[in-house]
Design a binder for this molecule. Structure first.
Ligand code: PXP
Length: 238
């Protein structure tokens, strides 16, 4: 059974709408952990549109479960990770004009820079995951560059317009997970998961963690964060 990691970026999105102090992603992380979250995730973007450096530094001190830092593979972010020392770094592709991460990394095309920085992080005791599409060549390349984890991108499965497409995308994810495990990689999944589409994934025993942000924070606005996390945790008891 996968565990649940809660992404609190959108608590910061709301705060940054007024460039003020509320709501604080730190408080959200504490509530999420008290409600049963197995980990906390933030994406420190180069444009700092939601999470700020201060959030990351304080989260490192406050998070009692596991802290997963999503970031682009740049020298600035690498220095940040080496200083803050999250439990896991997940490399993601990043484009300033995107609303959210749009696709998986092209690990094959970025073999050298990924390999170099994965080595630097590992040396500092930080585990590394690569966010990739459910594509066999990217999974294979992830193993070759030295990642310990892959996070399989579930966006196309979640966005599927009809049942047939959804089933096809689900099969792609299941295949990519089997391949990753055969290669000795550990597996997380994420992007676009909600209270309905997460359920079939909970039956795949090889998934360690589901990374979920938008659906939980959206529900929290209406029912409260404690309840929103508990309801998701009931679906993914870990
Ligand atoms: N995993 C990765 C790599 C992401 O970039 C995101 C979005 O920040 C998520 C998971 C969470 O996606 P969502 O907010 O749609 O649950």
């Amino acid at each position: 059974m996968p565990k649940l990691s809660v992404n609190v970026d959108h608590v910061a999105t709301l705060r940054q709408a007024r460039r003020g102090k509320q709501p604080d992603p730190l408080t959200a992380a504490i509530i999420a952990e008290l409600a049963g979250a197995d980990g906390i995730i933030v994406h420190l973007r180069e444009d700092r549109r939601h999470i700020q450096d201060r959030d990351l530094e304080l989260l490192r001190q406050v998070v009692k479960t596991k802290l997963n830092l999503e970031m682009a593979n740049t020298e600035e972010m690498l220095q940040m990770a080496l200083r803050v020392k999250p439990d896991l770094v997940t490399f993601v592709p990043e484009r300033r004009e995107e609303l959210t991460t749009e696709g998986g990394l092209d690990v094959r095309a970025n073999h050298r820079p990924l390999q170099k920085n994965i080595r630097r992080l590992k040396k500092a005791g930080i585990k590394v995951s690569l966010f990739v599409d459910p594509d066999s060549s990217q999974v294979k390349a992830s193993k070759q560059v030295g990642a310990e984890f892959v996070e399989i991108h579930t966006g196309q499965y979640c966005d599927a317009a009809d049942d047939r497409t959804r089933q096809r995308e689900f099969s792609r994810i299941a295949r990519a997970i089997r391949q990753a495990r055969r290669l000795g990689l550990r597996v997380n999944v994420g992007h676009g998961l909600d209270y309905q589409n997460v359920v079939p994934l909970t039956h795949i025993p090889d998934i360690e963690e589901c990374s979920i942000g938008h659906s939980i924070i959206s529900r929290a606005v209406l029912v409260g964060l404690d309840r929103a996390v508990r309801e998701m945790k009931n679906l993914i008891p870990g």
